[in-house]
Design a protein around this ligand. Structure first.
Ligand code: NAI
Length: 487
């Protein structure tokens, strides 16, 4: 029995949904099961399926209903990588699971591993990327506004931001970390990324024991490469977090070593960051490190703190020894998945010689605030997007005359956020077929919906409208941005 004498035996058995997945999935999942069994972690696995085999059975989501049912009951899943085979719909089974269970919090620990040489070895990299996982551009709400112009909606909510940012601070506390950075593009995207930054500043005040720092996301990318050891926890919106978490993984040896947790209020899913590596599937060549590290995150989530330390220490000791590593690390001298796994099992009870210890406490999943009372609001205009290749200098007067008599006046026309009418411009703007007509209240009074609907009908006589946005003021402040060149 290799179980650490320190690890208390829990009386309750944890039910966990286990999805073997595709490619190397079943091999690395089997490796994790055997290590956890040898460590005597009290888990009862419920094996359920998703991915290529399920798509091929004609299930368009790639996830079987019994898999969803099982996760709903167990609330915890460990998942191998899933493939979306070509020709089986557009949906990825991963995205289906993420959306179904609203796993809003994606945690990606990035920690230097003993025995894994990288250009950063010895620098003590040890931070966690906390990525918002359900909002932002990844809601996937896209439209072709015209045959030549595409649009994606970037949706950021106050509540979604509160949850992920509080999660980042709670994580800092649970892991004894001192600083939370928030990386945004709030300097350009003042309302979306700006909301995330404002919520970060508000939430930071709830955690006076943790240092809070904001950084522009492009600088964060630069800093991550130049001085990654400065970071403890970095919280980001979905797309920024997606890109920078992959960059971060490269600092410690690549995606093959990167674990992840997808946390949600109803269920949490733990998985390696890498894919199904079909080229090496079934050849006993896969490295189970990332999935085993994900299982360690899962054990901490389940409150099995001592078992998590035992398994992690055995893995780290095996990597540090470097005697039996898989071929992706050791090249031709490498051993197979099974031999590597046996080595980890043999090392249960050992710890790496020179590796800083961290005291983990159980992470508390935070809540968003109850909805705050809506501020006073009024409509003050409308942005009407039209498909039109006409020169704005002639379109403008035509639209002005069409809108005559309405309580709305054409304030300006813009192309891709830059004003093109009225006025003189330094350079002739690149002609586009999608123009935005900004109408504002003619006399400063609130604008009724009926006026906007009448406006749409009149604008259509000049150019077909493709999209409309109401311009509002919340609490007396504009709830929209101004264009480059707008007064
Ligand atoms: P991949 O991560 O499967 O492979 C990239 C490279 O890393 C390959 O050379 C592969 O052999 C190697 N590699 C990955 N994991 C390894 C491991 N544990 N041990 C040793 N070598 C490893 O990425 P790729 O090729 O882009 O994707 C393959 C499939 O996986 C695709 O169908 C993709 O959609 C899916 N995928 C699924 C993910 C998930 O379920 N979370 C994530 C990423 C990709």
């Amino acid at each position: 029995m290799k179980r650490s004498p320190k690890s208390p035996r829990k009386s309750s058995v944890h039910r966990v949904t286990l999805i073997p997945g595709d490619g190397i999935g079943p091999e690395i999942v089997a490796a994790v099961q055997s290590v956890l069994a040898a460590a005597e972690v009290p888990i009862r696995w419920e094996v359920r399926h998703a991915g290529a085999s399920v798509f091929k059975r004609g299930v368009a989501s790639g996830v079987l209903p019994e898999t969803v049912r099982s996760i709903r009951e167990t609330r915890v899943a460990l998942k191998g990588p899933l493939e979306t085979p070509v020709g089986f719909g557009e949906k990825s089974a991963n995205v289906t699971l993420r959306k179904h269970f609203e796993t809003y919090g994606n945690l990606r620990p990035v920690r230097e591993l003993p025995g894994i040489r990288t250009p950063y070895s010895g620098r003590g990299i040890d931070f966690v990327v906390v990525r918002e996982n359900v909002e932002d551009l990844y809601a996937g709400i896209e439209h072709m506004q015209t045959p030549g112009t595409a649009q994606a909606l970037k949706l950021i909510s106050r509540r979604g931001s509160q949850k992920i940012i509080r999660l980042a601070f709670e994580l800092a506390r649970a892991e004894g970390r001192k600083t939370v950075h928030c990386a945004t593009k709030a300097n350009i995207l003042k309302l979306t990324e700006g909301l995330f930054k404002r919520v970060f500043e508000e939430v930071a005040a709830e955690y006076p024991d943790i240092r809070a720092e904001h950084m522009i996301v492009d600088n964060c990318a630069h800093q991550m490469v130049m001085r990654p050891e400065q970071f403890d926890v970095i919280v980001m919106t979905n797309m920024n977090g997606d890109i920078l978490s992959d960059l971060a993984s490269a600092l410690i040896g690549g995606l093959g070593f990167a674990p992840s947790a997808n946390l949600g209020d109803h269920a949490s899913i733990f998985e390696a960051v890498h894919g199904s590596a079909p080229q090496i599937a079934g050849k006993d060549m896969a490295n189970p490190t990332a999935l085993l590290s994900s299982a360690v995150l899962m054990l901490r989530h389940l409150g099995e703190m001592a078992a998590a330390d035992t398994v992690e220490n055995a893995l780290l000791a095996t990597l540090e020894d470097g005697k039996a590593l898989t071929a992706d690390v050791s090249g031709p001298a490498g051993v197979g998945t099974k031999a590597f796994t046996r080595e980890i099992v043999r090392n249960l009870g050992r710890a790496p010689k020179s590796y800083p210890r961290r005291d983990y406490k159980r992470l508390r999943l935070p809540r968003a605030d109850a909805a705050t009372p809506a501020p006073s609001r009024r409509a003050v205009g409308a942005d009407v997007f039209v498909e039109c290749a006409e020169n704005p200098a002639t379109l403008g007067p035509r639209v002005e005359s069409a809108a005559r008599g309405l309580p709305l006046r054409l304030a300006q026309i813009s192309s891709r956020g830059a004003k093109v009418y009225p006025g003189e411009f330094g350079v002739e703007p690149e002609p586009t077929e999608c123009l935005r007509l900004r109408f504002l209240s003619a006399d400063g009074a609130a604008v009724a919906d009926s006026a906007v609907l009448e406006l749409l009908a009149r604008v259509s006589s000049c150019a077909p409208w493709v999209h409309v946005e109401k311009l509002q003021e919340f609490g007396g402040k504009p709830a929209y941005t101004k264009d480059q060149g707008e007064d």
